[in-house]
Design a protein around this ligand. Structure first.
Ligand code: BF8
Ligand code: SF4
Length: 652
């Protein structure tokens, strides 16, 4: 970086920008080495205030048109587009892009499933037959007395419709509680295939098409639902079927899992395919021998971001850190290779890797990066790519610059909760069920359930809002479920250990101690937010908490989001009936009709609603207030009975 920038970067107090000790240490090292990161770049580049309020439009070349967010109705664009149209269109394009990311990821998994089903792919197989049967049964496929492969073929054909169906409802609409589905039908937002919904949103946001913010928001809901109950759910369910449904296990998070005497390989990105193949390659004795011949003790694989979060829960592979640690980890000098696929890969990793001699590989034809070495991953010849990366990593180990610096932080916790396991954990083997969860919500030991998910963003202190928000929620007896980078933040803070229950309110603490679970449950990657949707549907089905998802005492939050995927996730939760609050910034102007529709109108229509707060404690109390509002409506606000659930009660 330039001398002036370098001076500035050295002046930054990274403690003001992150609460992750390992990341802070490595950011300081990078600054001392004269290497810039997202933190220093963010300090150097203020966000555009007009863009931040979604008050500019560049959807055609009569513009770009910039409105004044201080006086939003004073001006219109050259074509006459109002602030509501402009903001709604910008929002819609984020939903389309975020939804496309998840559904295309799901499509990649579906491609492999097709290969497994028709026998052309040998690297992967159907690992969890029970899950295959239960997913098939949930969408009306006959399973009794049928061969696994016959069911798998039918499941493939059905799930392909999630993408391609031109009319009618996507298959997983069958999992939606009846009253929620009825509301979607009333508003005509039950998704057809995701390809159609995303195409339509792109068409409608072209200049001169949909210029009614309410109509645009309806299509936002339909497209987002085709992600949550469509592409993301396909990704989760087929990944479980092929790679195994997660069950709780002890696993570690943080940079201390890099080993000075081993060949360290980081896999960063989102599709579990590359990672699963890499695990097989790293366990291959031939590859281990190569590492040993180079003087290493072995091969250490670590995850980052979402595919890392998946294999953390599925296989206990250690996780090196969340989104804002991806550059910092390279500064250790201990990363011999970083292999990436798609999403949340900062382009700067390419230059950063050069500075520290890390071999940096792109593997997916969708995601090449200038300056990176591309070794393409093929579903049909997965090991060609992974073996080559291991070979290059071993080469780099041999020539590793003498001194590496690994922050010695390792945080163990329990990961790998799935909707299926929560069922089993609470209800036991013979009567797996959400009944005990509902009972404990009704009797008030658990006040409600919150999903705390999403990214890091260098505009706010890394991990701070995630950790403070979750601590405040559990202190108030709200059970927290997590995915994505948020989950890694809480794992680093030690909240995924059962003994973290001491930080919970007495009711939640009692339940955690009885079941032996932590007060914060780790569910996986961002596509695994679909597990939260299924859990909500199950809570409705069990009964006692209303008849639609909108009746449940639940709330969702993404306190440090940066990604368009998060906007899509937020919209599908809101459209499913969940109160959803975001931090950092919100892309609309307060007081405008579009803003009011998201923050008030949708709830009046029977959906959930959007909300916004930067301070995590304020955020927690807004979520708790919503949970209490739902409890009051259900008539379960009263004193809670001081008795734990028992088998006797359940039989009665
Ligand atoms: O899908 S939480 S920073 S890694 S976008 Fe990205 Fe955000 Fe992390 Fe995964 Ni999700
Ligand atoms: Fe301006 Fe309208 Fe073109 Fe947008 S679509 S850039 S508001 S003229």
């Amino acid at each position: 970086m330039s001398e002036e920038k370098e001076k500035k970067s050295k002046q930054i107090n990274f403690r003001d920008m992150s609460t992750c000790e390992a990341t802070i240490q490595m950011l300081q090292k990078a600054a001392a080495d004269g290497v810039e990161t997202a933190f220093s770049r963010a300090a150097d580049m203020k966000p555009c205030p007009i863009g931040a309020d979604a008050a500019c439009c560049k959807h055609c070349f009569m513009g770009p048109c910039r409105l004044n967010s201080k006086d939003p109705y004073a001006k219109v664009g050259v074509c006459g587009a109002t602030i509501d149209t402009i903001a709604a269109r910008n929002f819609a394009r984020s939903v389309a892009s975020g939804g496309a990311a998840h559904t295309d990821h799901g499509m990649g998994i579906l491609d492999v499933f097709r290969g497994v089903v028709n026998g052309t792919i040998k690297e992967f197989k159907i690992k969890d037959e029970d899950k295959l049967r239960s997913v098939a049964a949930s969408i009306g496929i006959e399973v009794a007395g049928r061969e696994t492969m016959d069911i798998a073929k039918d499941l493939y054909t059905e799930l392909e419709r999630t993408y391609t169906q031109v009319e009618g409802e996507i298959p997983f609409a069958k999992r939606v509680p009846a009253k929620t589905l009825e509301l979607w039908r009333k508003f005509d937002i039950v998704p057809r295939g995701a390809m159609r919904e995303i195409m339509e949103i792109m068409h409608r946001t072209h200049m001169g098409v949909d210029q009614d913010y309410e109509n645009i928001v309806k299509q936002c809901s339909r497209t987002a639902l085709s992600d949550g109950w469509g592409g993301s759910m396909v990704a989760t369910e087929l990944s479980d079927i092929m790679f195994g449904t997660p069950k709780p296990l002890v696993a570690g998070v943080n940079m201390g899992f890099l080993k000075e005497d081993q060949v360290n390989i980081i896999v960063h990105g989102h599709e579990p395919l590359l990672f699963e193949a890499m695990i097989n390659a790293a366990n291959d004795p031939a590859n281990i021998d190569k590492a040993k011949a180079a003087g290493a003790q072995g091969i250490q694989l670590l995850g980052m971001c979402c595919s890392g979060a998946e294999v953390l829960g599925r296989h206990g592979i250690p996780h090196a850190g969340n989104f804002l640690s991806t550059e910092a980890v390279v500064a250790t000098g201990a990363v011999d290779a970083m292999a990436v696929d798609v999403q949340c890969i900062m382009q700067a990793l390419s230059t950063m890797s050069k500075c520290y001699g890390t071999r940096f590989f792109t593997t997916n034809p969708r995601g090449k990066i200038d300056g990176a070495e591309h070794i393409e991953f093929s579903d049909h010849h997965a090991r060609e790519c992974t073996d080559k990366i291991i070979e290059m990593a071993v080469e780099r180990f041999k020539t590793r610059p003498g001194k590496v610096q690994i922050p010695q932080r390792r945080d163990l916790g329990i990961h790998g909760f799935s909707h299926e396991y929560v069922n089993y954990m609470l209800g036991g083997t013979f009567r797996g069920s959400y009944t005990p969860l509902n009972d404990n919500i009704i009797n008030g030991r658990i006040r409600g359930v919150a999903g705390v998910v999403g990214c890091n963003n260098p505009r706010v202190k890394q991990d701070f809002a995630h950790v403070e928000l979750v601590k405040e929620l559990i202190r108030n007896n709200v059970l927290v479920v997590q995915t994505g980078c948020s989950q890694i933040a809480l794992a680093k803070a030690g909240l995924m250990k059962p003994d973290a229950a001491v930080l919970a309110g007495d009711g939640l603490q009692e339940v955690c101690e009885t079941v032996g679970m932590p007060p914060v449950l780790s569910l996986g990657s961002c596509v695994d937010n679909s597990r939260i949707l299924i859990a909500c549907a199950e809570m409705v089905r069990i009964g006692g908490l209303g008849s639609s998802i909108a009746d449940l005492p639940v709330a969702g939050a993404a306190p440090e989001y940066y990604s368009e995927k998060a906007i899509c996730i937020g919209q599908y939760f809101v459209a499913s009936g969940v109160y959803t609050i975001f931090g950092v910034t919100f892309p609309s102007v307060e007081g405008t009709k579009f803003h009011k529709l998201l923050f008030e109108g949708m709830e009046e229509q029977g959906f959930g609603k959007w909300d916004f707060a930067v301070d995590p404690i304020e955020m927690a109390h807004k979520m708790i207030a919503h949970i209490d509002k739902k409890r009051a409506a259900l008539g379960i606000m009263g004193e809670r009975e001081r008795k734990l659930f028992s088998m006797e009660d359940r039989r009665a």
